[in-house]
Design a protein around this ligand. Structure first.
Ligand SMILES: [Zn+2]
Length: 318
């Protein structure tokens, strides 16, 4: 195949992390990687390329373990996927942990209270959006209480002003506040989704009082925001975006808060790290993100890996 074709196949595995420097992917959607790679495969075949191998959850976890990614926190953040994450954690004790929440872009759809986004695209309802938000939220609380060994965090919650327009902003903020209250009530860490909403997210956290362990998942802020995070003792979880050329502010933020407040994640199937941006992401790709961080911080990769692993232990107790 010529170079002009979009590469739909999996990226090669990175070199394995040192034996004493294994890590956890602290935010991923492993269940979603499977249908995503299926779609990639169909697309490849339609373009006359070779089919892409489709791996199951067990294989994806084994590939991660082979390069030193010893566990994951899988986020179930739509009503039907809450239980998917909990079940995956039950089936893989010690390896898979669950984070559950109603995603900000889902929170505005429940009970059909959705509004068109800033891009003017119509809202696409699914059958589970018939359930009023409060009921969906009650299910998050029920599962977190019923499965304390599996559910290690509330997330991803937060605000997303990229997808949700001004009209949905306050609905989204209220849903975020409900998650903040639940995380505090249960004494759980919270994983934040913040897309084009730094100011609103910070203002809401400060107004309500953030949970003791507050994590910005796929952190996208700059040095100024990192100063706020440092003052507040908030944690930054770095996805593949910290390896992208233009994202100097994200890398600088890691230096500002210090590695005892930094973790690494894939947010798979998206946000694949360099040099494989655009391919399907999966937990085995974490070492590429660690390599980018290590290069920026001018530290050995093993040291960065051990430090982020220690942070996941502090934050999630895993
Ligand atoms: Zn996510």
């Amino acid at each position: 195949m010529g170079k002009k074709h979009r590469e739909r196949n999996w990226a090669p595995a990175p070199p394995a992390l040192p034996e004493d420097a294994h890590v956890i992917d602290d935010h991923t959607h492993v269940a979603s990687v499977v249908p995503f790679s299926e779609a990639m495969s169909h697309e490849a075949v339609a373009k006359g390329q070779d089919p892409v191998p489709v791996y199951g959850v067990d294989e994806l976890l084994a590939q991660a373990a082979a390069v030193g990614v010893e566990g994951v926190i899988d986020s179930g953040c739509t009503l039907p996927e809450l239980m998917t994450a909990v079940d995956m954690a039950r089936e893989h004790p010690g390896t898979v942990h669950a984070a559950i929440a109603i995603h900000p872009n889902e929170s505005v759809l429940h009970g059909h209270r959705g509004v068109p986004g800033p891009d003017g695209l119509p809202v696409r309802y699914k059958p589970h959006h018939d359930v009023p938000f409060d009921e969906a939220m009650a299910e998050v609380a029920r599962l977190a209480r019923t499965y304390p060994a599996q559910v290690v965090a509330i997330g991803e919650t937060g605000m997303d002003l990229f997808r949700t327009g001004e009209a949905g902003k306050e609905i989204q903020r209220q849903a975020f506040r409900d998650h903040i209250a639940l995380a505090k009530e249960l004494g759980l860490p919270m994983q934040i989704h913040d897309r084009d909403a730094h100011r609103e997210v910070i203002e809401t956290l400060l107004a309500d009082g953030a949970p003791e362990r507050t994590v910005f998942h796929s952190y996208s802020g700059d040095a100024e925001m990192a100063q706020v995070a440092r003052e507040q003792g908030w944690y930054l979880s770095m996805s593949g975006t910290c390896s992208y050329k233009g994202n100097e502010g994200i890398r600088e933020s890691a230096r500002i808060v210090g590695l005892d407040h930094v973790m690494v994640e894939t947010d798979a199937p998206y946000l694949t790290p360099m040099p494989f941006r655009g391919r399907t992401n999966a937990p085995y790709m974490i070492p590429y993100t660690l390599a980018a961080l290590a290069q920026y911080l001018d530290l050995p990769i093993g040291e960065v890996a051990r430090a982020t692993r220690a942070t996941t232990r502090t934050v999630y107790g895993i």
